[in-house]
Design a protein around this ligand. Structure first.
Ligand SMILES: *[C@@H]1O[C@H](CO)[C@@H](O)[C@H](O)[C@H]1NC(C)=O
Length: 175
């Protein structure tokens, strides 16, 4: 009995307290850790379209003999400085937990790759951001409300007007 209610409590916590941690493949596909072919193909474009929450994992798949993943400071990210990473991964199958809110900076450790755009920033939302992220959703509906409301009225008015025209035409025919 006690175990049962504890289980249902845990279930409720899962539903309302936490979202399930995701494993997010960097770039959305397995061969994405490379020099981008164009600006629109860049990993920052991908990162801006994606949502990252505390507890999610980033996953990289690449040839560990040829490339690596460096987690670096903001300055080293900006300067593509590979000499002093916070963390370095070169196992070809890298998994990094996004264990706090805020920015994470990643660059390629391969010579010259960062300079050619193989880098990206991930911004992990705080729980407050997450609520802010959800709250804009109802507002388009609120906007739709007033703008959608007049159309049934106006079409009803148009229908009424149409009927009056038909009525008027009929009256002209009859009299
Ligand atoms: C890269 O970082 C190291 C250590 O922080 C620093 O000594 C070096 O001057 C930096 N190199 C460049 C080119 O900024």
């Amino acid at each position: 009995m006690a175990a049962c209610s504890r289980a249902s409590l845990a279930f409720l916590f899962l539903l309302f307290g936490f979202s399930v941690a995701k494993e997010i493949v960097v770039g959305g596909k397995t061969d994405a850790w490379k020099i981008p072919s164009s600006e629109s193909d860049s990993l920052n474009q991908w990162a801006e379209r994606s949502r990252f929450q505390v507890g999610d994992y980033l996953v990289w798949k690449y040839d560990g003999g040829k490339d690596s993943v460096l987690q670096v400071s903001k300055d080293d990210y900006a300067n593509c400085n590979i000499s002093n990473p916070i963390k370095k991964y070169d196992d070809g199958n890298t998994k990094v937990e996004l264990d706090r809110p805020g920015a994470f900076y990643f660059i390629s450790g391969a010579n010259g790759h960062c300079e050619k755009g193989q880098k990206f920033v991930v911004v992990v939302m705080t729980p407050r951001n997450r609520h802010m992220g959800i709250s804009p959703a109802p507002s388009p509906a609120e906007f739709e409300g007033p703008s959608a409301a007049p159309s049934p009225t106006s079409s009803a008015t148009a229908l009424q007007g149409g009927l009056m025209v038909v009525g008027g035409t009929l009256a002209m025919w009859v009299f």
